[in-house]
Structures are given as structure tokens and as C-alpha cells.
Design a protein around this ligand. Structure first.
Ligand SMILES: NC(=O)c1ccc[n+]([C@@H]2O[C@H](COP(=O)([O-])OP(=O)(O)OC[C@H]3O[C@@H](n4cnc5c(N)ncnc54)[C@H](O)[C@@H]3O)[C@@H](O)[C@H]2O)c1
Ligand SMILES: N[C@H](CO)Cc1c[nH]c[nH+]1
Ligand SMILES: [Zn+2]
Length: 431
């Protein structure tokens, strides 16, 4: 049941508990499971992958069946409707157009005395894309991962996704992969897939960066392998925080709350509003929509544990609470959303106005749907082309420039007691 909280202190405490839900002592068991999975895959490679897939996904694999073969990829096209293929192609086109805008470009600048400074951007050699597939199939996530990697110019792009319980990988996922130019696909999910990408196995060569969202196990695994590989962000169980005024439509708000809750029992769905009548109408609408929901049990769990409606004094107070939460998705369901945007400091994506359901961002508006969760939006951003790029600084000094600035370098080097640093300048300045 969706609770209404009217006391500000209670509301702050509940928001903190929900924000920290994947990072609290309660998750120490899952943390230990993930550590053990990572250790075993690093040591035993394919054998561990196969055993974990049997244990968690109930599918028997062999080293030969880990990789999806060409005939399975071809067959996938026969299993999707034209309508779905058209939707995938529209999404691809719009996501690509968005991600091609403002791609970081290498640059140099020429300063005094002939000094040249700049940045040279290069792509990682190999990227591993995680596409979730436990409770739902995510062709949209294939596009959201693969397109920025392609735009960045990554040479080797690998996709991993759970094997699908009984029915195989969803054909829409395989079609989306081919539409995005991905051919190297392995049927393995969860923490074991992240381990394979980070450490490499006999069948799956390691990568340099791992991207993509996933459940708690995937998120904890990405956190633990960070350093050995790069990651995009901690994009875990989904969340939405909606700020709504009294004119917002309670039926639409209920649907948007449930649209996050249906992803995972750990998903968060929060409404902040100054209007008690709206809050009560949303509770009624949530109950009505839940009664018809095919994933009712899972969705109810999320709503009961990580759902709430907070009654606030003003919309500005709602924004302040939202900034503390740093939600993955923030919806501004208010008359004049642009008047609030300036005050928003932390959110993965911001959806403005009554006719912008978060689902348009999930599928095809263009911006990436892989977004930081559990407060990570305080310091992290959406997956993007830059996730697959790094830059090298460019520095060139002329003899004249070294003569002019060398003294200061030597002074700093001596202060640090680093005599060879000093001499590397001094020896160049000697006649
Ligand atoms: N933040 C984002 O950008 C974003 C985007 C899309 C989806 N998501 C999230 O992705 C997640 C998708 O989750 P999912 O479960 O459907 O698919 P998933 O692929 O993330 O996880 C499924 C895998 O989890 C592993 N697993 C399941 N139970 C386990 C256990 N008890 N012990 C060890 N491993 C276990 C299994 O190996 C399974 O293959 C949801 O939380 C959703 O909210 C987030
Ligand atoms: N809402 C998810 C991000 O938290 C993305 C998604 C994909 N498909 C449906 N939804
Ligand atoms: Zn969604």
C-alpha cells in the first residue's frame, strides 16, 4: 500500500532510507554473494559461469553454447513483428541523433612562446554492455548501450545478457543488437557476467569498460570490479521521484509511479506534492491500476517498501527534498516546470510537464535511459559517448618557453625534494 507521510521529519527519514536501500547493512548477504561469484569466475572462468547460470538462471550451458551463434541471430528477425522492428528503428535513429550531438572532440591551443596545450580523445579498445534480462527483456537497453559505444568508435563491443529462462534470449533483444551492429553476444547474466567481462574467461575475453543497468547483483558487481575496468555509473534498481501540483492528473501519476515499481521489488516510486486531495486520488488510482497489473506481486512489493507520497509545504521544498535524494528520474508534473528546473541540482534525467511520461525517455526520446541510482546522481551522469572515451593531455614546450618557465619548475621540484625533476629542466637549459 502506498503510504502518505505528512510530517517533514518522518518524510526526510523515509527518503533517506529509500535512497540508501541498495547500500545498507541489509544487503550484506548479497554483497558477500557477489564477492564470492567474482572470486570464482576470476579463478575458474567458463566453468564457474556455467555453474552459476545453472544455479541462478536454471539453464544448462557449455563453453560452446555460451556465445550466441549467427543462425540464432538471423532467426530472431523472423520472430519480431514489423511494428516492433519499426519501433526499434525509430528509437535507434532518435537515440543516435541525440548522442551524435556535441561528441567531445580533440583540441589544441597555441599559447605564448609557442606552447601547445590540448586534449586528445580516444575510445577504449573493448566495451562490455550489460543488458538486463531477469524479470523483463530490454531491447531498449541494447540501443542505449550500443549506440554511444558505436558513436565513440569502440573497436570491440561485446554484449552479455541472461540466457532467458526456458525461452532463450528474447528475439527483440537479438534484433536490437543487430540493428545496433553488435555481433558478439554471450548468454550470461548477473554478477557472473560482470566478472567475465572484467577478468576474462576462456570464451569471453576481458574488456576495458563495462556499461549498462541491472539489478542489485549486477550493480554490486560493477562497483566491485571498478578499477580493474571502467564503469558507466551505478545504474541499479530503477527510481522515480515525481513533484506534482494540485492540477496534475492522479491517474497519470499513478501509472508513472507503477512504471518504475514494475521493474524490480527494489525499485523506488515517490510522489511529493503540496496537495492532500491529489495524494489521496493517487493512492486510489494506484490501487485500481495494481489490481489489473500482470506483475502485481512484484510491483506491490516495491510500492510497499520503497514507495511513498510526501506532503510538502511548497514545490520549492519538494525540490530541496529531491536534491537530497538525487533521483534517477525526476518528473515535474506542474503548471510551470521551467520555473523549478533552475533549482534542480541532482537528477539523472528531468521530465518536464504533464505530457512527458518517463517512458518516452525509457524508449525513444533520444537521451540515454541508463542512469545513476541510489543517490549516485549527486556525482554521476547518464551513460553517454564520453563513457567510452578518455582523453590524453597534450603538452609541447619550445626552448624559449622552457627558458621562461623552467626556473619556476625547478623551484617547485626542489621544494618537493625531487632533484631529478629539477635536473630534467636544468640540464636542458645548460648551454
Ligand atoms: N538505472 C537504470 O538505468 C536502469 C535501466 C533499466 C533497468 N534497470 C534495472 O535493471 C534491473 C533489471 O533486473 P532483472 O532482475 O530484471 O535483470 P538482471 O539481468 O539485472 O538480473 C538478472 C540476473 O540476476 C542474477 N540473480 C538473480 N537472483 C540472484 C541471486 N539470488 N543471487 C545471485 N544472482 C542472482 C541472475 O544471474 C540473473 O541472470 C532492475 O532493477 C531495473 O530496475 C535500471
Ligand atoms: N526505466 C528504466 C530505467 O530505470 C529503463 C527502461 C527500459 N525499459 C523500460 N524502462
Ligand atoms: Zn522503465
Amino acid at each position: 500500500m502506498l503510504r502518505i507521510i505528512t510530517q517533514l521529519t518522518d518524510l526526510r527519514a523515509e527518503l533517506r532510507r529509500i535512497c540508501d536501500r541498495t547500500d545498507s547493512g541489509e544487503m550484506s548477504e548479497q554483497q558477500a554473494t557477489v564477492e564470492a561469484i567474482l572470486r570464482r569466475v576470476a579463478k575458474e572462468g567458463d566453468r564457474a559461469l556455467i555453474e552459476y547460470t545453472a544455479q541462478f538462471d536454471h539453464i544448462d550451458l557449455t563453453p560452446e553454447t555460451l556465445r550466441v551463434k549467427g543462425d540464432e541471430l538471423d532467426a530472431a528477425y523472423q520472430q519480431v513483428s514489423k511494428e516492433l522492428l519499426d519501433a526499434i528503428r525509430l528509437a535507434k535513429q532518435q537515440i543516435e541523433a541525440f548522442h551524435r550531438q556535441r561528441v567531445p572532440k580533440s583540441w589544441v591551443q597555441f599559447g605564448e612562446d609557442g606552447i601547445v596545450l590540448g586534449k586528445r580523445y580516444t575510445a577504449v579498445d573493448a566495451a562490455g554492455l550489460y543488458v538486463p534480462g531477469g524479470r523483463a527483456a530490454y531491447p531498449s537497453t541494447v540501443l542505449m548501450n550500443a549506440i554511444p559505444a558505436q558513436v565513440a568508435g569502440v573497436q570491440r563491443i561485446v554484449m552479455v545478457t541472461p540466457p532467458g529462462q526456458g525461452k532463450g534470449i528474447n528475439p527483440a533483444v537479438l534484433v536490437a543488437a543487430q540493428e545496433a551492429g553488435i555481433q558478439e553476444i554471450y548468454r550470461v547474466g548477473g554478477a557472473q557476467a560482470i566478472a567475465a567481462l572484467a577478468y576474462g574467461t576462456e570464451t569471453i575475453p576481458r574488456v576495458d569498460v563495462i556499461t549498462g543497468p541491472g539489478n542489485l547483483y549486477v550493480m554490486l558487481a560493477k562497483k566491485q570490479v571498478y578499477g580493474r575496468v571502467g564503469i558507466d555509473s551505478l545504474a541499479g534498481p530503477s527510481e522515480v521521484l515525481i513533484i506534482a501540483d494540485e492540477a496534475a492528473n492522479p491517474v497519470h501519476i499513478a501509472a508513472d509511479l507503477l512504471a518504475q515499481a514494475e521493474h524490480d521489488p527494489l525499485a523506488a516510486a515517490i510522489l511529493l506534492t503540496p496537495s492532500l486531495p491529489l495524494a489521496e486520488a493517487v493512492v486510489t488510482a494506484v490501487n485500481e491500476q495494481l489490481a489489473e497489473h500482470p506483475r502485481r506481486v512484484l510491483t506491490e512489493k516495491a510500492i510497499a517498501h520503497y514507495g511513498l507520497i510526501g506532503i510538502v509545504q511548497t514545490l520549492e521544498q519538494a525540490v530541496e527534498l529531491s536534491n537530497n535524494f538525487a533521483p534517477e528520474h525526476l518528473e515535474l508534473e506542474v503548471e510551470d516546470p521551467w520555473s523549478l528546473v533552475e533549482q534542480v541540482h541532482h537528477a539523472g534525467a528531468i521530465f518536464l510537464g504533464y505530457s512527458t511520461p518517463e517512458a518516452v525517455g525509457d524508449y525513444l526520446a533520444g537521451p540515454n535511459h541508463t542512469l545513476p541510482t541510489s543517490g549516485a546522481a549527486r556525482y554521476a551522469s547518464a551513460l553517454g559517448v564520453e563513457t567510452f572515451l578518455k582523453h590524453s593531455s597534450i603538452i609541447q614546450y619550445t626552448p624559449a618557453a622552457l627558458r621562461k618557465q623552467g626556473g619556476a619548475v625547478m623551484t617547485l621540484a626542489e621544494t618537493e625534494g625531487l632533484i631529478s625533476h629539477r635536473d630534467s629542466v636544468r640540464l636542458r637549459l645548460e648551454p
